[in-house]
Design a protein around this ligand. Sequence first.
Ligand SMILES: [Cu+2]
Length: 579
Amino acid sequence: MTTGSLLVADLVIAVLATAAWLGGGAASAARRRPLALGLAAVALLATLARAITITALARAGWWFAAEKILIAGPLSLAAVGVAGPRLLWAPGDIRAVALPLLFAGYATSSALLVTILHGYPASAGAGLLAVAGVVAATVISGRALGARPSRTVSRVALVVAVAALLTGTGLTVAPGAAPAIPHGHGPPAARIADEPTRRFTLTAGTATVDAGGRIVAAWAFNEQVPGPELTATVGDVLEVTLRNRDIERGLTLHWHGYDVPNDQDGVPGVTQAAVRPGQEFVYRFRADQVGTYWYHTHSASDVGVRMGLYGVLVVRPGPVTGLDVTVPVHTLAGRPFPAPRVEQAEAGVPVRLRLINTDSTTHRYVLAGTAFRVAAVDGVDLRGPTPLVDTAVLIPAGGRYDLVFDAPATPVALFVDGRAVYSTGPVSTVTGAWPVLDPLGYGATAPVPWSRFDRTFTLVLDRGLDLRRLLPRYAHTVNGAADPDIPPQVVRLGDVVRFTIVNRSQVVHPWHLHGHHVLVLARDGEPAAGSPLWLDSFDVRPGEVWEVAFRADNPGVWANHCHNLAHADAGMTLHLMYS
Ligand SMILES: [Cu+2]
């Protein structure tokens, strides 16, 4: 069982235990003896089963089990301790066990709320709030059931509840001690002095676009979605003038995966101000990385990219040889975009398909009709890629895979999630059951270039209630905090930095660090066994633990965030900062 499914199983069992305790309490209050005893038995069994899931989660990593052991554990023990003996005595009047069963239900449900609303790390505040809730609910239920606790018991309960509530609330809402990110734009950009060799102008504006036969509203660069394909040869100096005609929310250009100088990175409020209607901004950087990249707005990025403010950036080592095709996959107005492309390929011609996932979720790609190799991932060539046949690849949000092959005499077709997006003729193959390539075991290994790490950071990805804003929100969190309250990771120039990224949540988080490619060291404790993988976008699935590392060689303040842009918007963004 994977840790991801253990997390789901544990949640389901916790919900079951809660419902059974509360149902048992209600049934005994209504004097429905068999039902009450049956539900209590289910609750006891579920609590027992939870001991197993929590133990297994703790073995997978403390991050997965912390609050379950520190808060749910004691509360569950209290539940069984209070309700169990009463049930064993099996009183003549079943109504006598109603309050103990309800107490058990409140204890289990408040622990469950801690997991759902607070998550990792477990805090004293959350524990105290949970206890306060249990005490308050039990006292109220006791009154409703006509139980007459002594004055002393009532007063003690009241004092405990109020004290816990105050302390708990205080600890939960207290502002964190996060050092501030230097917002604003610092000294003027230290632009490279060389004359540009490639100049482009991108004018952003509202537009209408044909998405599979339906005319939809879009935001476009130069009236087209995707924007113009920017191509360069390694060594070129690119100058890109961004103009905003009428995008009210403002925009920027971020060069996804391209490790440009910090002031060219296009993160509004961090490396520059958003470009408002009527304004312009000139980007200039040297094309010193070969490969497949893309650009997109980083201002209101969730809606901006979805509406069409993105395009392809390809840097080649020299003149194009053979067929060199970019396939940027997108979902526009809920429809797959663009329309499938069909072209001729003469047998024997070398073909490179540059697959780019510009959406916020993973896509499954299959290439049918030929063997192929994965030549590069996220713009970086792989070492010793071997031929693959009838194999699917999963590309995370923002990620790129370059597939290469020599065109066979018969047609080939590329499918994304079962839909043909590129072909050289009709291909009918059932590809749904093809195995998925694990890039961590593909290609030829090479030793990790570092033996020690100067800094190590752990990022635990989760969900939680964010009360530090005017309106509370159910945020996507890192280490229990949401943007802008997540402390930045501070490094020094030259440091070798290791990240441990843990996904405690129920959804995939495609992780994306700006300004650096990271080398994958291990996943779930298994060292990476294939070609060195230098990534800028990688899916951390529920229950997974990734170890990655990089050398801090590009000074500045860099966004470090989930590339499911809705998650990034809902709190899952932090920053890497050079001291
Ligand atoms: Cu995410």
